[in-house]
Ligand binder design. Sequence first.
Ligand code: KIV
Ligand code: NA
Length: 266
Amino acid sequence: PKRVRTVHLQQFKDAGQKFSMLTAYDAQIASIFDEAGIELLLVGDSAANMMMGHSSTLPITVEEMLVFTKSVVNGASRALVVADLPFGSYEASPAQAVATAVRFMKEAGAQAVKIEGTAAMADHVRALVAAGIPVIAHIGFTPQSEHALGGYRVQGRGEAAQALSEDALALEAAGAFCVLMEMVPASLAAEVDGQLRVPTIGIGAGSGTTGQVLVWQDMLGLGTGRVPKFVKQYVNLREVVSRAAGQYRKDVSEGSFPAEEHSFER
Ligand code: KIV
Ligand code: NA
């Protein structure tokens, strides 16, 4: 099947259609989502939490993200693969952003990158686009700025709505092919989508964006602890896997696994 490209996402928006993005960090899950027709796979720096057990996205490194990205690229033949540039790998300058993004494109095969930030990142986006690298601009709640933002909270409420809308417009003007909004009031996100020519993607941003994204372990119920309000859990994989592991252990201890059909003859 034909590879999804940024132009196709623009066609979705122009036609009033929606597209889907899920995170992925390995080849196997990437191939499942790819076959299911998910248009975009995000190698999110949420891999820090989901794959490595960190309590924030801040510690994950470029080297670690490159491994996850290569794995997803190997598993996806149709979906557009977007890699998150991790905290500390792009903010210092547009040149730093280009140098890091080039590694993700060249060494890992990513087809686009995502960076977090406000209009202050417009020059970084411009430099990336000039280098031939498609960019998604992530605004609203940006987990890499957790400490500056005072924790996980909805962004763009009240007076802050204007600034968020201006950030989106500035990042579009800088050349971002898509703007992703996290934890933004639904009506504001819809308004921003209407103001922009390019498509938007939402997570905790209501139904008025062009696309939606979820962290796959959240969507499939693999995580522990509290499920965020904006997540829809389609299955409880944690329960399914846990039950299977418990059954396996029981079979082994009772001697009912392996059975004859799992064993070789001499
Ligand atoms: O890293 C991630 O999973 C993300 C999505 C939540 C947008 O950035
Ligand atoms: Na991220």
